[in-house]
Design a protein around this ligand. Structure first.
Ligand code: TYD
Length: 225
């Protein structure tokens, strides 16, 4: 399976803190950037970080968010296909993940193929998500933010409303499925790192940073930070 160099993915159940960690990483590598500025990082630290997420904010991603909110009823198979379509644009569209990786940026995505295998796998069985996602490249490095779903869901309580998957019984299954599926990535040549996401966010951020710095791309940047 082909690995896309410079591509890093954060995965975990809902409330596992992947978005927070991406924000902390942006602050570390591009401290001059504020949350309002574009997601593409600056060059202040000698590196270029491009952070992104799925579902994306494209029109397809917006349809998916409506489906996740429950405001647009769609068949699970339709949702699985839309996630794959959203991902295809995300990867191969102009200024997409592949373009950034090829020009030497570090790309970090909040969710990717494993989310589809896990979440849509639960909803429509493993065959369709596996088929829809089989040709996408693998990331170089994959972090799994592991956390007890009880704690994760408590963290989400301050948010208004619940997405489709944000329920304890589903999240218990999600965690099990990740643990079943992820070893295949390591076998396919991806560096797979499990993190204890119940730890304080600064500690988790340090753990992420220690691993990231071992990527070949940081050799090039001279480990400036
Ligand atoms: P999340 O990443 O937690 O974003 P937000 O913080 O905006 O809620 O939520 C995205 C949801 O989408 C999450 O419940 C997992 C789900 N999802 C899938 O079901 N399949 C996928 O392929 C992806 C990328 C996400």
């Amino acid at each position: 399976m082909n690995i896309l160099r410079n591509f890093v993915v954060f995965e975990g159940g809902d409330g596992s803190g992947t978005s927070t960690q991406i924000e902390l990483l942006r602050n570390r590598l591009n401290p001059e950037k504020t949350p309002e500025t574009p997601r593409e990082g600056g060059t202040g630290s000698g590196c270029r970080l491009f952070t992104t997420f799925e579902p994306t904010d494209s029109p397809i991603g917006r349809i998916l968010r409506q489906a996740l909110r429950g405001t647009l009823p769609l068949k699970p198979e339709t949702i699985a296909r839309l996630f794959a379509a959203d991902r295809n644009e995300h990867l191969f569209g102009p200024e997409g993940i592949r373009d950034h990786c090829l020009k030497g940026d570090l790309v970090v995505s909040d969710r990717y193929v494993p989310s589809s295998l896990v979440y849509q796998g639960i909803d429509c069985g493993e065959t369709l998500p596996a088929l829809l996602n089989r040709d996408f490249p693998l990331p170089e490095l994959l972090f799994f933010f592991d956390i007890d779903p009880n704690i994760a869901l408590q963290r989400l309580e301050t948010r208004s409303g619940r997405d489709f998957y944000e329920h304890l019984d589903v999240q218990i299954l999600v965690r099990e499925q990740y643990k079943t599926l992820l070893p295949a990535y390591a076998a396919g040549g991806v560096r797979l790192e499990y993190l204890d996401a119940s730890k304080p966010m600064e500690e988790v951020a340090e753990a992420v940073w220690r691993v990231l710095q071992e990527m070949p791309i940081f050799e090039k940047w001279g480990k400036k930070k």
